[in-house]
Design a protein around this ligand. Structure first.
Ligand SMILES: Nc1ncnc2c1ncn2[C@@H]1O[C@H](COP(=O)(O)OP(=O)(O)O)[C@@H](O)[C@H]1O
Ligand SMILES: [Mg+2]
Length: 507
C-alpha cells in the first residue's frame, strides 16, 4: 500500500497557509512572467474536467487540465512564478505518468530520458503555453526530477556545495552550504507531495512511516542519511532532514588549509594514531567529528587490520585491510535489531588490530573502554559533547547505560585508564569548524580524572566581516605519553608543544 493511501489521503494546503516568501529561482527572475495558457485541448479519452485550484496541484489527484496560471491561490495571494511552474510541472508529470501506464519509479537512464523528452514535448504542446526556451528547459528538468529523482530537492542533492537539506513542510526548504544555513526557493506543492518523496525514499528499503509510527531513518542510494518525521508528531508539516554523503571526504591537508588545525597539531595527531593511543573525538552535531575521525583513521598504518563499526557507514578509509560493520534497525515486527553494542562485542572476536567506532551513543561505551583496557589499544571513536571535561561526563553516563551496575568510581577509573586523548571539534558561531582542544587524559587524582590541555584554540575577536579570529596555541606542556610516541619513532621537537622560544609568547 502506498504511503499516501496509508495516511488516508492528505490534501491541499490549508487555506490559512502563509504566503510563500521564497525568492524566485534566478533563471526565472530574469524572464517575463508566465504567459496565460490557452485552454487545454479536450482530452480525447477523458471527459473535460475543470482545472484544479491553484494550490491543490495534481499530485496524485489525477487532474487532467494544466493549472490555471492566473488564478489566485487559496489564500487570495497571487501565485508566484515559482508556484506556477511547479504546478505546471506536476500537471505534465501526471499526464506523462498516465501515458506510461502509471509506472512509478522510473530508473534514470539515457533511454528513459529520451522517452520522457518525447512524452514531455507532446504534453507541453497540450498545455498550450508558450514559455521562453530557458523556462521550458527548467520545466523539463523538474519533470525528470519528479519522475526519476526526488522531486524538488533533486537539484540540491546534485549540488556538491550543499551538505545538508532540511524540508520543513512543503514551503520551507533550507540547506547548509559552506557552513551556513539558508532558505532555498525549492518548494513542494503540498504536504502530500512531501509525503510522496518520503515514500519514494523509504519504499525501496522496505521501511514504513505512518500515523502510528510517524518517524523513520533511511538512506539514499548514494549513502546520504535521511530522517523523516510526519503528522501527528510533526506539527507544521512533514519534516525531512538529509545529511548528504560527501563523495570526497576532507583530507588532513584540507583541514590544515581551512585552518581547522595547525600543521603541528596534524603531525602530533598522526604520531598519536600511529603510536596506538586511544582517541576520542568530541563535538556537537555537525561539528566535523566524523570527518576528523575519518582523517585520523587514515593515519592507521597499512599493515594493521581495521574493523569499523557505524550506525550508518560514513567512514571512507584508504587502507586495504578494512572490515566495515553497520548496525541494523529492527524488522517490522520489532525483532532483529543489531546495535552498535552488539557489533563492538562481535568485533573483538574478529582479531582486530584497530577498532574504529563511528559514534558512541550508549552502553557500547563501556564495552569499548573494556576493550581498550584489555589489549585493544589504538581504538578511535567520537561522542557528542561540548568540551573535553563534558566528554568525560558523557562517557560516564553512557557507560551506565550498559546496565552493569558498576560504581561510578570504577567507571571513572576505566575511562582514565583507557582514554589517552580527547580531541574537541567545534563549529564556531560563524560556521568555521575547528579543533578547539587536544587534551591529554592523565589519570586519576582521588575521585577526579585529570585533564591536561596540550593545544587550545584562543578566540581573539571578530573581523569587520563577522569572521571569528582565532589562534591555535600549544599550552607549553609536553604530554606524559611522549615516551610512547618516541618508542614509535616520533621525536617531536619541543617547539611543537610550545616550549618557550625566545621572543615568542604563549599565554
Ligand atoms: N574542518 C572542517 N572544515 C570545513 N568543513 C568541515 C570540517 N569538518 C567537517 N566539515 C563539514 O561539516 C559537515 C559535517 O561534518 P561531520 O563530520 O559529518 O560532522 P559530525 O560528525 O560532527 O556531525 C560535513 O559537510 C563536512 O564536510
Ligand atoms: Mg557524525
Amino acid at each position: 500500500m502506498s504511503l499516501l493511501k496509508r495516511l488516508g489521503g492528505g490534501g491541499a494546503l490549508p487555506s490559512n497557509e502563509p504566503a510563500v516568501t521564497v525568492a524566485p529561482i534566478p533563471s526565472m527572475a530574469a524572464v517575463a512572467p508566465l504567459p496565460q495558457p490557452q485552454s487545454p485541448p479536450p482530452a480525447h479519452s477523458s471527459p473535460p474536467i475543470s482545472a484544479p485550484p491553484i494550490n491543490a496541484p495534481s499530485v496524485g489527484t489525477g487532474a487532467i487540465s494544466p493549472p490555471v496560471i492566473s488564478a489566485p491561490s487559496a489564500d487570495g495571494t497571487p501565485p508566484t512564478d515559482q508556484q506556477r511552474i511547479l504546478d505546471l510541472s506536476l500537471w505534465c508529470v501526471d499526464r506523462i505518468q498516465a501515458s506510461l501506464g502509471n509506472q512509478n519509479d522510473l530508473k534514470r537512464s539515457p533511454e528513459t530520458e529520451k522517452l520522457l523528452q518525447e512524452r514531455f514535448a507532446r504534453v507541453y504542446q497540450q498545455a498550450g503555453v508558450t514559455l521562453p526556451g530557458e523556462l521550458v528547459k527548467q520545466l523539463f528538468t523538474m519533470v525528470c526530477d519528479e519522475l526519476m529523482g526526488f522531486g524538488p530537492i533533486q537539484q540540491l542533492l546534485n549540488d556538491d556545495s550543499v551538505s545538508e537539506i532540511m524540508i520543513n513542510g512543503p514551503n520551507r526548504v533550507y540547506v547548509e552550504s559552506k557552513g551556513k544555513l539558508r532558505l532555498t526557493p525549492a518548494r513542494f506543492a503540498s504536504d502530500e507531495h512531501v509525503l510522496k518523496i518520503i515514500d519514494r525514499i523509504i519504499r525501496p528499503l522496505g521501511r514504513r512511516i505512518d500515523r502510528k509510527w510517524p518517524m523513520v531513518d533511511a538512506r539514499l542510494p548514494d549513502g546520504s542519511r535521511v530522517n523523516a518525521i510526519i503528522a501527528p508528531c510533526a506539527i507544521d508539516g512533514s519534516t525531512v532532514t538529509i545529511r548528504k554523503f560527501s563523495k570526497n571526504k576532507l583530507k588532513i591537508d584540507d583541514l590544515v588549509r581551512f585552518g581547522s588545525m595547525t600543521p603541528e597539531m596534524a603531525e602530533f595527531l598522526r604520531a598519536c594514531v600511529v603510536s596506538r593511543l586511544n582517541i576520542v573525538v568530541s563535538g556537537g552535531t555537525g561539528s566535523g567529528k566524523t570527518t576528523l575521525l575519518n582523517v585520523l583513521s587514515n593515519f592507521i598504518p597499512e599493515d594493521e587490520r581495521i574493523v569499523t563499526i557505524e550506525d550508518s557507514a560514513e567512514l571512507q578509509l584508504a587502507q586495504d585491510h578494512v572490515v566495515r560493520l553497520e548496525a541494523k534497525p529492527a524488522e517490522v515486527d520489532g525483532s532483529g535489531r543489531v546495535q552498535i553494542r552488539d557489533l563492538v562485542i562481535n568485533s573483538l572476536r574478529m582479531r582486530p588490530e584497530r577498532v574504529v567506532i563511528g559514534e558512541c551513543r550508549g552502553g557500547e561505551t563501556l564495552d569499548m573502554l573494556q576493550a581498550m583496557n584489555t589489549g585493544h589499544d589504538g581504538s578511535l571513536t567520537t561522542l557528542h559533547a561540548n568540551t573535553p571535561r563534558d566528554a568525560l561526563a558523557r562517557m560516564e553516563t553512557m557507560s551506565m547505560m550498559a546496565g552493569m551496575d558498576l560504581p561510578l568510581k570504577v567507571i571513572r577509573d576505566q575511562i582514565a585508564a583507557a582514554i589517552d586523548i580527547i580531541v574537541q571539534q567545534s563549529r564556531l558561531d560563524d560556521g568555521q569548524r575547528k579543533v578547539t582542544y587536544i587534551t591529554e587524559v592523565q589519570g586519576m587524582e582521588g575521585e577526579t580524572v585529570v585533564l591536561q590541555d596540550i593545544f587550545k584554540l584562543e578566540i581573539l575577536g571578530k573581523s569587520p566581516e563577522g569572521k571569528i579570529q582565532t589562534e591555535m596555541r600549544p599550552t607549553g606542556v609536553r604530554p606524559r605519553f611522549t615516551p610512547r610516541l618516541e618508542a614509535h619513532g616520533f621525536k617531536l621537537p619541543p617547539s611543537i608543544f610550545g616550549a618557550q622560544i625566545p621572543g615568542q609568547k604563549h599565554r
